[in-house]
Ligand binder design. Structure first.
Ligand code: SF4
Ligand code: SF4
Length: 268
C-alpha cells in the first residue's frame, strides 16, 4: 500500500517531532503515522531500506530508531525537508511508495509574513495612489507607475501561464512541480520572471503612491527577494543538473534589458 498522496488533507496533525509535522493516526510502537510535509514519509510503510537517504541530493533524510514497529526498527526522517528541491528522486525510487514530496510555497512564518507584506505594499500603495494621488505630487512618475504595473503583471503571473503548459508536471502533482526546465515565453527572457514581476509591481506601487512606506518596504523586499533567488538557483542546479546550467548561460537571471536583447537576437 502506498502513502496517501492527499494525506495533507485526509489526515489530522498529531503534533511534531523535532519541528517536523506528524500526521496521525499514531499509536506507538505499532502505528507511527506520517512524518513531514514537503517531503512526507509514511512510517507505517517504510521498510528502512535507505534508498531515499542515498538518492536525495539535498540530504533531507536521516535515520530515526523505531523499535517494535512491524515493518522496520528504523525509519527515514525528513529532518531537512526545508531544503527539498522537489526533484522527486526519493519518491520515484522508494520501493514501498512510502514518500510523497510536493511544493508547498513559503514554509517558515517569516517567509509567509514577507509574502503578506509584499501584497500589502502592492495593494496599499496602488490604492493609496489611486485614491489620494501621489504623496510627492509627481504626476508624471505616477503615470509611469501605471505603465510599469502593466509591464510587471504578466511576469508576476508567469508560472501559472508557462509551468502548466511547458513544465510537464507529474500527473496528480501541482503545476509548480515541473520536471523539465521551462525556457519559453517569460522564462526565455529571464530565469526568474515571477520574482522579477514581484519587484516590478512593487516598483509600480512606489511610483503610483510615492509614499515613503511603500518605498522603504519595496526596496527592502526587492533585496530580500534577490537573495532568495540566489538560494533557489542552487537548488535548481541540483534538481535539473546540466540542463539548468545550460539555461543559465543562455538566459540572464533577472536582467530584463539583457534578456530582451538576447531573445530578439535569437529570433533574427
Ligand atoms: S526509500 Fe522508502 S522504504 Fe526505503 S527508507 Fe526511504 S522511505 Fe523507507
Ligand atoms: S524530492 Fe528530491 S530533494 Fe526532496 S527529499 Fe526527495 S530526493 Fe530529496
Amino acid at each position: 500500500m502506498a502513502i496517501d498522496a492527499d494525506f495533507r488533507k485526509n489526515r489530522k496533525r498529531a503534533g511534531k517531532q523535532e519541528g517536523i509535522a506528524i500526521w496521525g493516526p499514531v499509536n506507538p510502537p505499532e502505528m507511527l503515522g506520517i512524518r513531514g510535509n514537503a517531503a512526507g514519509v509514511d512510517w507505517d510503510i517504510c521498510n528502512g531500506c535507505g534508498i531515499c537517504l542515498d538518492v536525495c541530493p539535498m540530504h533531507v533524510y536521516q535515520w530515526r530508531e523505531t523499535p517494535g514497529h512491524p515493518t522496520s526498527d528504523k525509519k527515514a526522517f525528513p529532518a531537512r525537508e526545508i531544503d527539498c528541491v522537489q526533484c522527486l528522486k526519493c519518491e520515484t525510487q522508494c520501493p514501498e511508495q512510502a514518500i510523497n514530496a510536493t511544493f508547498l510555497g513559503p514554509q517558515s512564518w517569516w517567509e509567509q509574513a514577507t509574502v503578506y507584506v509584499m501584497f500589502l505594499q502592492i495593494i496599499g500603495g496602488i490604492v493609496y495612489g489611486a485614491v489620494f494621488g501621489p504623496y510627492w505630487d509627481f504626476r508624471i512618475l505616477q503615470y509611469l507607475g501605471w505603465v510599469v504595473l502593466a509591464i510587471g503583471l504578466p511576469f508576476f503571473f508567469s508560472p501559472i501561464i508557462y509551468f502548466q503548459k511547458r513544465g510537464k508536471p507529474q500527473e496528480g502533482k501541482t503545476f509548480m512541480l515541473t520536471t523539465v526546465v521551462v525556457d519559453k515565453g517569460a522564462y526565455g527572457i529571464v530565469r526568474h520572471p515571477q520574482t522579477l514581476g514581484c519587484i516590478i509591481v512593487m516598483l509600480a506601487s512606489m511610483l503610483i503612491s510615492q509614499h515613503w512606506a511603500a518605498i522603504i518596504i519595496g526596496l527592502t523586499l526587492s533585496v530580500l527577494f534577490y537573495r532568495w533567488v540566489l538560494t533557489e538557483e542552487k537548488g535548481l542546479v541540483v534538481k535539473f543538473g546540466d540542463d539548468y546550467k545550460s539555461y543559465m548561460q543562455r538566459v540572464p537571471r533577472m536582467n530584463l534589458l539583457l534578456g530582451t536583447v538576447r531573445m530578439l537576437q535569437q529570433k533574427k
